[in-house]
Every structure is written in C-alpha cells, then in structure tokens.
Design a protein around this ligand. Structure first.
Ligand code: DGJ
Length: 586
C-alpha cells in the first residue's frame, strides 16, 4: 500500500515537473530574465547573473525596416551599448486580425544575436505618446468595434478609449502572441525586458469624455483600489492621501465622493483605467513568457496640470493607483528630458519602484548616467534616438560614434559594471550631478563625506593646510580649472553644462571615482578619529575582466599636491577611472 502510494506521488511529481517545464522551456539552457533584490537594490538577472543595462533606444520608426537598421547594429556595439530598446509595432505584427507576422521581431533578434546585444522590446500597441498611431488599420477603421476616447464635444480623437473590453482584449491577444513567439524564437534570451505601450495618458484633457467613461466616472471607485488606499495609507503619495483624507477616508463612493472634485481626481480615474487595461495586456503576455515589464511616463512637473502631460500616465502623483491596478507591471519609469533629473529620479526611485531610465537626451545622458547608477542604483539607462546620432546622416562626430560623450561614458561603465553590480544595495555606491553655479554637494559615503563641485566654477574649497613647521616651502599654486571644449561636447547639442560622477566605496579609506565632465572632490571624515582626511594616493587605471590595472599615479598638479581628486581635469584624461586612498591626520 505504502509502495503504491510512493509510486503514485512520484508520478504526480514527475507530471507536475513536466508541466512546469513545458511552461518555461524555450529550448534555452539559461534562466529567463527576471528581477531580483540585492539588499535595497533591484537587479535585472540575465542568464542567471546581475546585468547592468547600458542601453540606447532607437528612434520611433527605425525598427520598421530591417535594411535601414543593418548598418546601425555594429555602430551601436562599437559605442559599448549592450542593450537596444526597440519598438514592435502592432500594425506590422498583426496586419490582418489573427494573422501574425514576426519578420521584424525575428530580424532584430537575429541581429542582436550576431552582434552580442540584448534587446528590450517596446510594445507600441494601443498607445504611443497617448495616441493610437500604431494600431492596425482593421482597428483604426472600425470605430464601432474599437471605440475611441472622446473630447468634451463628444468628438472622437485618434486614441483608443481605455473603457473598452474589445480594445483591451484585441491588444492583449496580439501582445500574448508576441510573447509566445519570443519565448519560442529567442533561444539565446536576447530579449531581456518589455516596455508595455508608450507614454500612455489622455493628452489635452483631464479624462476621456466618452459615454462609457462618463458612466464609469460617475460609478463607484473599484473595491480593489479602495482596499489598497486603506492598506497603504501611510505610504501613499502625499497629494493622494490628502485628497482621500479630506473627503473623509471613505471606503466606498464615486470618484468625486472618494477623492473630491477636480483635475487630480479625473487623473486618478484615468490612471486606474490605464493601469487595469495595461495590467491585462501585460498579464496575457506574461502568461506566455514572464519577462520583466515596465511602463514609461511623460512626467508631470510642478505647475503642469494633468492633460498638459498625459493624464493618467504613470507619474508619481498616481503611482499608488498604478501599483494597485497593474501588479503585472514591474516598474514605473520616467522619460527624462527634463533637466531636473535630480528631483525626477528621486520621485521615481522609491521603496517599491527601482529606477530605470528608458529615455533621455544623449548629450545630457553622458553625465547623468553616472548619477543614475551611483545615487539611485538604476538597473539601466537608455538615451533616445541613438541611431540618429550614430549614423552618418546624424550630426557627424570627429572620431565617429565611439567618440560621442555617451559612448565614452559607457566605455568607462562597461569596465565598472561588475563592481557596480557587486556593490548595489549595500550602501557602497553614490553619485553626484553638478553644474558650474551649484554649491559643492555633500555626498556621504562610507567613512567620509565627499564634497563634489563642478571643477570649472572654482577651486574646491580646500581644508586649510596645516602650517609647515619651521617655515617650509610655500604652498603650490592650484592648477588651472578644467574647461569644457569650446562649442560643447561633440556629437549633438550641448547639454546644460554639467558633470556627473559615480563613487564606489571599496574599503574604509578607499574609493573608485569615475565620471564625465570636470568634477572636483574633497573628503572629510564622518566617523570618530583624527579630524582631517589626506590623500595617500590617486591612481588612474582601468578594469579588465573585473581586475584593476593601474596606470599613472596622480599625486602632483593633478590632485593639487594631495588636496583634491579631479575627474576629467587637464591631466586626468576624460574617460579615466580613479582609485583614491585616504588617510587621517590631526
Ligand atoms: C518621448 C516618446 O516616448 C518617444 O517615443 C518620442 O516620441 C520622444 N518623446 C520624442 O522626443
């Protein structure tokens, strides 16, 4: 009897194991990319190991033609880009309802494989920049079946309504077919993440005014959302919490009863409808192949009302609503064209949302990538429209695309990636982004506070040097400040004058520093002991296969005779990695 029971259990176990395999097996021996926590950081695991996305996004229409893309791939590879963010268009994927064409998808996977690149597919499904320009013509031309959002006059706009199960299900079906195909075709796991739709939200108005939308807006707030508000009360976005509490912290009622009247309530309503729509699309895709999935936002900004940016998109004001309505979406991400990325990224990097930067201008990205990876432990970074820069028809760079500032930044970060990944989530990384007019920034890291300045502004404030006993030699004059080349950095419009740096604490008195643009750093102890920090040594060098290869020792004019560390200064070439050892004295 016992034996029979054992045999029965074994058969059940084997059947269950087989079923699990048939769900996840893709003919690949490597693990499916996924997100995993390391300390406080979230890491993207690729082939079972942490992976840092040094990415770049193609321009919107580039992936509609494989021949156009052919010469782009090797250039991207030469720029040390390891991941290409590239669209998949619903109109090409499903030109006739139920008939799928994967030519563009397969062509890109093939190129990624032969250039040893990874891909993040951007699903241009129901919406791209709040509009529905990439839906197939059988959707566009059948307004009865696939209803559009409407304006205040009852006029349909060129954007599908979120309040339509037909819209949602058609999108989800196509997306599921895409994910099933990737699972089967991408045996090398070139595709590592998926962006679902692009910059969703209602642009030009606070909400959809179609009949279905009006009815839902006057109806009850869904219970799942109300439960979420109650159970996350203490961590809700302050504005949302205030609105809910001001209306009496109600656990039932219409949108206006629960959150009060106004544009923010209409934005919350739209956020719920986009979130739940995208959740069903993402969940249908994940049921086929569970890659990490994110959404990107056209961010809100102070003084901008919803509708001036897409109302209902995944902005911090309604991030709670997105988290409640779209558990199948792993990350809310900010498109980062606003120069104030310091505030923007702080609003997106929260305890339940890691930072991934899906779009930014390439010139600004060359500096701020160091800040994103250092200060926010971002799991990836991706300047937009990279092919326009990398191709000869773009602004030509002396030295070619490899000389572009972003390529030079990536050349450094590629070397540092293993060290960055090893140290994420452990309090060992920091970053700074500085401009000429900024006061020095105090960056606490390890046993010291790093005081970081833009080097052109002035010499860093020096600690008063101890008076040489017995009238020693006079102090050396400080070196001339570093300057940005006239006309700005090559390869694209000059970004606001900025410099970015990343720091890694290697031990109690040792740091790695790397960056782009002229940065000066002084050090002050932050733990008990002798009050002054001195520089024992600064070495420039490189990492090869994770091993430090020292170059020159920079203990002369380059560090003001031991007074500061300077990145991209006149002597420390742009592109170097510095390793500094400190000591303390009184
Ligand atoms: C943000 C969008 O997400 C991109 O697809 C593109 O349209 C850019 N804006 C245009 O600058």
């Amino acid at each position: 009897m016992r034996m029979r029971f054992c045999l029965f259990s074994m058969v059940i176990f084997l059947l269950a194991a087989l079923a699990a395999c048939s769900r996840t097996y893709t003919g690949s021996s490597t693990a499916i990319p996924r997100l995993q926590k390391q300390g406080t950081a979230t890491q993207l695991m690729v082939d079972g190991k942490p992976f840092l996305v040094l990415g770049a996004e193609l321009h919107n229409s580039s992936a509609s033609n494989l021949a156009y893309l052919k010469p782009v791939w090797p250039r991207l590879k030469a720029m040390r880009i390891n991941t290409v963010l590239t669209p998949v268009y619903w109109e090409f994927l499903e030109p006739k309802e139920g008939q799928f064409d994967f030519t563009l998808v397969d062509g890109q996977i093939r190129e990624a494989r032969s250039h040893d690149l990874r891909l993040v597919f951007l699903w241009f499904g129901s919406w791209k920049n709040s509009m529905s320009s990439y839906v197939p013509d059988w959707v566009k031309t059948n307004q009865e079946r696939f209803p559009r959002a409407q304006d205040k006059d009852g006029q349909g706009i060129e954007a599908l309504s979120t309040l339509s199960a037909a819209n949602r299900d058609a999108d989800a079906k196509a997306f599921a077919a895409l994910m099933r195909h990737i699972r089967e075709a991408d045996t090398q796991r070139r595709v590592i993440m998926i962006q679902v739709e692009n910059e969703v939200g209602r642009m030009g108005d606070t909400r959809d005014r179609s009949e279905a939308a009006n009815k839902a807006f006057e109806g009850p707030v869904p219970k799942e959302l109300l439960d979420y508000l109650s159970s996350h009360k203490d961590t809700l976005y302050p504005g949302l919490r205030k609105a809910w509490e001001a209306a009496g912290s109600r656990t039932s009622g219409t949108w206006e009863q629960v959150l009060g009247k106004g544009a923010r309530t209409e934005e919350s309503f739209m956020a719920w409808n986009y979130a739940t729509y995208l959740n069903q699309v993402a969940a249908a895709g994940k049921a086929e192949y569970p890659l990490p999935m994110f959404v990107n936002a056209f961010p809100s900004a102070s003084g901008r009302e919803p509708g001036m940016y897409p109302s209902g998109g995944p902005v911090p004001e309604v991030a709670d609503i997105w988290k409640a309505g779209a558990p199948a979406i792993d990350i809310l991400t900010p498109n980062s064209y606003d120069p104030n990325v310091v505030d923007l990224w702080a609003r997106y990097h929260t305890s339940n949302n890691p930072l991934f930067v899906p779009e930014i201008g390439a010139p600004a990205g060359a500096h701020s990538v160091f800040y994103a990876l250092g200060q926010h432990e971002a799991l990836g970074f991706s300047p937009f429209a990279i092919d326009s820069l990398a191709m000869p028809s773009g602004p030509e760079t002396p030295g070619g695309p490899v000389a572009l500032p972003i390529a030079r930044s990536y050349a450094i970060l590629e070397q540092l990636a293993p060290l960055i990944l090893e140290n994420q989530g452990k309090g060992k990384l920091a970053g700074a982004l500085v401009s000429p007019d900024d006061p020095p920034q105090r960056v606490p890291l390890g046993n010291y506070v790093l005081e970081v300045s833009y080097a052109r502004m002035r010499r860093p404030p020096l600690p008063a040097p101890p008076k040489p006993a017995g009238g020693g030699p006079p102090a050396m004059p400080a070196p001339a400040p570093a300057t940005v080349p006239a006309g700005g950095f090559p390869g694209g419009a000059q970004a606001a004058e900025r410099a970015g740096a990343l720091f890694i604490s290697l031990g109690p008195d040792e740091y790695i520093a790397a960056g782009s643009g002229p940065v000066s750093v002084t050090f002050a102890p932050s733990t008990p002991g002798p009050p002054r920090a001195g520089i024992l040594s600064i070495d420039e060098g490189a990492y090869a296969g994770g091993r430090w290869i020292p170059g020159r020792r920079l203990n002369g004019d380059e560090n003001g005779q031991g007074q500061f560390l300077r990145l991209s200064g006149p002597a420390a070439r742009n592109g170097s990695i510095l390793r500094v050892k400190l000591y303390r004295y009184r």
